[in-house]
Design a protein around this ligand. Structure first.
Ligand code: 8YV
Length: 324
């Protein structure tokens, strides 16, 4: 009889990752890729030694209370883990790991994609052309905003924000300012060409583009509320590749509709996969379906990193990426 740990993999993963999972574990793969839902997640916790989960699995305190529970590790595929009630997991002695580092570049690239798209009206232009509405070149057609040389304001200065700073400063000659309650050392900030601001409000007031890179926690929920959105300049843009919860989506719709801010580029939403109707109706927003880490290379690396955590766990070694 196989003594390999049973691992429930909640969603389809890239082929190479599924093969590695099946090689090293008694892996219960999700061939049809349907989310397990609350009952399926409870069943996974009762029947497997570990669950390899994703952002689409809401692991609430209620779900984690499934008894009798066999699972001892939630190996999250992704760096963000606000879909897991980590306190409830801790209280129940359930370990949690994530997959940092490997998705930093892909996510930073996507933040720049959104920034460029919204500034240069790329989504709007594509819709215009595909609709057959383009009547030809003219000097005043669909003028956007210059990106090069502008000021980028980063909210949070962790791994992904630093990668965005490098791209923006080095590649686009942008001035980079940031706020983080736990800022990097002055040397690190200088090496990225980034200037700290003690107050978030100063970043919001001074930036042409505000890009969000803080984790979703109770403290950062609706950080970008009506009052803070109002601090942004009317010609400024908001970019969010962090988590939808960081922005009060209704307040954002209002700010965009009233042209209180110039536009937004969003990869994440408050109630995914639902997107506020108000956003869908606006031309001055770019909307992507949570694609931050969606490159083949990165998704394979994320899967391999989750498997590495699983292997370490079952070998009785410290997790590489323990979050609880
Ligand atoms: C993932 C992400 O695609 O890692 C994260 O936090 O938001 C995305 O890169 C998603 O979380 C997968 O579970």
């Amino acid at each position: 009889m196989s003594a390999r740990p049973v691992v429930v993999v909640t969603r389809r993963l890239p082929e190479a990752v599924e093969q590695a999972a099946a090689r090293d574990f008694d892996a219960r793969l999700n061939r049809d890729d349907k989310p397990l839902g609350p009952d399926g997640l409870k069943e996974a916790l009762r029947s497997a030694d570990a669950v390899l989960c994703t952002v689409s699995d809401k692991l609430t305190a209620d779900i984690l209370s499934a008894e009798p529970r066999r699972a001892r590790l939630l190996a999250n595929f992704g760096v963000g883990f606000n879909h897991i009630d980590v306190e409830a997991a801790k209280a129940r002695g359930l370990a949690v790991s994530n997959t940092p580092d490997v998705l930093t570049d892909a996510t930073a690239d996507l933040a720049m994609t959104l920034l460029l798209m919204v500034a240069r009206r790329a989504g709007e232009g594509e819709r215009h052309l595909r609709a057959g509405a383009w009547t030809g070149w003219r000097p005043t057609h669909m003028m956007g905003t210059q990106v090069s040389g502008k000021t980028l304001g980063l909210v949070g200065m962790g791994r992904i924000a630093r990668a965005v700073a490098g791209r923006a400063h080095g590649g686009f000659g942008m001035r980079v300012i940031f706020h983080d309650p736990y800022p990097p050392s002055p040397e690190v900030a200088r090496s990225l060409g980034a200037e700290p601001r003690e107050r978030l409000e100063d970043v919001l007031r001074q930036a042409d583009f505000v890009s969000l890179h803080c984790p979703a926690t109770p403290e950062t929920r609706h950080l970008m509320n009506r009052e803070r959105l109002a601090l942004m300049r009317p010609d400024a843009y908001l970019v969010n590749t962090a988590r939808g919860d960081v922005v009060d989506e209704a307040a954002l719709v209002e700010a965009l509709q009233s042209r209180r801010i110039a536009g937004a580029g969003l990869d994440v939403f408050e109630r995914e996969p639902e997107v506020s109707r108000g956003l869908l109706e606006l031309e001055n927003v770019v909307l992507l379906p949570h694609l931050g880490s969606a490159t083949t290379e990165t998704r394979v690396e994320m899967g391999m990193r989750a498997l590495e955590n699983l292997r370490l766990f079952f070998a009785g070694s410290p997790l590489r990426d323990r979050v609880a």
